[in-house]
Design a protein around this ligand. Structure first.
Ligand code: ZN
Length: 279
């Protein structure tokens, strides 16, 4: 059987921080992986001081697109689909009001675009977002809603008839940051007398965050590539920043997994170590 995974993301760089090692692992196994990026990340600040230069700032959309292409190639995505909406910016920012912003897009138009990709690619597994109580970026919330609706609508022959013949994917997962992962990494850093950057994150995660882990995918063989993909987003990622303060070998010893919540579909064979288990 041809296996296909479609990952739906809000901004360039999200594909490299949410489920990136998992995508790379499935690409290694011959799964066709297709990236859907809803916006161009136009409202993103430059978070890497070394990249905060006028020629970069003026060309930010093109720069971010090139960064995305490099990252997607590292992760093994076969194709990038740009939905072409505008980054809606952080809550309360001016970008929220832009008519092209994803948050202002007509729901039917946005759904039609995503359903078209699902029906063309016929994935068994779709990656969307959870409801992101801990990181309320308007575009992330919007992608959560759209991916969840599109998962069902793509299989409904009466919905979006111009978007192709219906296709029902079997599982919709969201990459999540679980409390158990943060605790394991935080403890591993402290055991090694390293400064843990995770304290403030842990404070934001309630205990019940753990109950949502439906699958844990081993990323031992792809962590390094996932980090390279994140670094490829040079304008968005400070190479000395939070993400890179936990050495790779600590992650691999303490918690070499990415965690997922099942948002829709069947949980199948009972395996929590393979998003395609039993499919
Ligand atoms: Zn984002």
């Amino acid at each position: 059987m041809n296996r296909t995974l479609v990952a739906i993301h809000a901004h360039p760089d999200d594909e490299s921080s949410k489920g990136a090692g998992t995508v790379a692992r499935y690409a290694d196994l011959g799964v066709r992986c297709v990236l859907v990026t809803a916006t161009g990340g136009e409202a993103g600040d430059i978070l890497n001081p070394a990249m905060d230069r006028p020629e970069i700032v003026e060309n930010l959309p093109a720069v971010r697109r090139a960064e995305l292409e490099k990252a997607a190639a590292l992760l093994g995505f076969s194709e990038i689909v740009h939905l072409g909406f505008r980054d809606s910016g952080m809550p309360g920012s001016d970008a929220n009001a832009h008519p092209d912003a994803l948050v202002n897009a007509d729901t039917e138009v946005a759904l039609n675009a995503i359903v078209t990709v699902i029906r063309r690619e016929r994935p068994q597994v779709i990656l969307g977002y959870d409801s992101h109580e801990y990181y309320p970026h308007p575009d992330h919330l919007r992608v959560h809603e759209l991916a969840t609706e599109a998962f069902t609508a793509a299989g409904d022959a009466d919905a979006f008839p111009v978007a192709g013949p219906p296709w029902q994917a079997q599982r919709l997962y969201a990459p999540i940051f679980s409390r158990q992962r943060l605790v394991a990494l935080d403890e591993a850093m402290k055991e090694r007398d390293l400064d843990s950057p995770l304290g403030r994150w842990l404070a934001r995660f309630p205990e019940e965050a753990d109950t949502r882990v439906d699958a844990r995918i081993d990323i031992t063989t792809t962590l390094s590539r996932a980090r390279d993909a994140l670094r490829a987003h040079a304008t968005q990622v400070d190479p000395d920043g939070f993400w890179f303060q936990i050495p790779e070998e600590v992650v691999i010893e303490a918690y070499p997994y990415e965690d997922f919540a099942l948002l829709a579909g069947t949980d199948g064979s009972g395996s929590d170590q393979d998003l395609f288990a039993g499919l």
